[in-house]
Design a protein around this ligand. Sequence first.
Ligand code: RFL
Length: 408
Amino acid sequence: MPAPAASPSSAAPLPRTRVVVIGAGPAGLTVANILRAASVDCVVLEAQSREFIEQRPRAGFIEEWAVRALAARGLADRLLANAPTHTECEFRFEGERHRFPYAELSGRRHFVYPQPLLVTDLVAKYADEAAGDIRFGVRDVRLHHVDTEHPAVSYTDPATRERRRIECEVIAGCDGARGVTRACLPPERTTVARHDFGIGWLALLAEAPPSSDCVVFGIHPRGFAAHMARTPQVTRYYLECPPGDSPDNWPHDRVWSELRARLRVDGGQPLAEGRLIEKRVLDMHNHVVAPMAYGRLYLAGDAAHLAAPIAAKGMNLALHDALLLGDALVAYCGKGDGDGLSGYSEACLRRVWQYEEFSQWLSELLHGASSGDPFRAGTAGARLRRLLGSPAAASAFAEMYIGKDVDH
Ligand code: RFL
């Protein structure tokens, strides 16, 4: 149920706006920019500071359809000017490398553009160029009356510590996996589907140049490992580890010796090593909330669904939701056309489930060899050989790996 309304005396009324966007990640900022470009009034509320969100390291690979969609809305100028593109990935196992030319098979590429750069661009576009209203560092955000035509959002102003309240028509819940908006969906009308992969990934950022010109998946009985370029100076690595493991169990030397072992290839160049600037354990699980809307509240991105970074899909899904929600809100606020909003959840979930299924499929391929279960290791090996040996299997993989323009 929606959180109880704050009493009128505790919240000074502010002018109405049409849409309150909660969260300034890729999803919220994309929605806000689309609204601003269409002159729809909105306010963005963000719990962190601007500096913090512009530096938070996370994703790095954006699928071509998403880049094109951002570009069509004038949101990808710096990305298109600066982001290198990737057309291949590589599987390594048993000391051998196998290049996989997914762009040749699908006609589409990845753009390598770290999430903090995208967030920086989207904030600049909204706040600086378009003078959009964004409030950083807000505390204790609460939603009110989301099941009526007059919802509102209240929060504590970080400077004055006073409660503020904004009346609106629609709330966009873009506050990520740990936000507050998802809790406003009534449990009796909401399904939460969860999948726990039963593994952890040690997520690392190394101050070291990439050691390959593409994403490398290292499949190894000791555990999976991955290499992903971020910038010419910084590379992301992942090491499979037990769920709940502590980063303290992974000192510098252990990290690099495991990476060397799991990404080893006969005759290959040694990995370029460097200082580890991020080291955290992710317990790998996915979840999907359905429907992604209740009353006047619409969720987008990680607020509604989580995709562990196995297939690098989370930010791409967040952008997909945000593009649909932004356009639907413009149609609703501009022409009173509610069709986009009423079909919003279903339209998002079609792509969400395709990507969730692909994550699960890919996870088995990547982790079967280290599962300790000979049956899973056998089927994962069969899956990999089919992918590398059958043109039909390769095309199907390429289509899902890079994402399609149209949803199934
Ligand atoms: P975000 O980016 O989490 O933004 C949510 C924002 O909401 C704010 N917030 C609140 N604001 C106001 N009030 C509250 N109560 C609030 N609570 C939270 C937060 O401060 C934040 O600014 O969600 P969004 O916009 O849905 O975007 C989702 C993506 O960030 C996420 O899916 C990706 O980072 C996932 N992901 C990857 N996705 C890809 O597509 N490709 C990748 O290569 C990729 N690599 C990754 C990843 C995620 C990772 N982590 C975090 C597990 C690598 C890693 C390590």
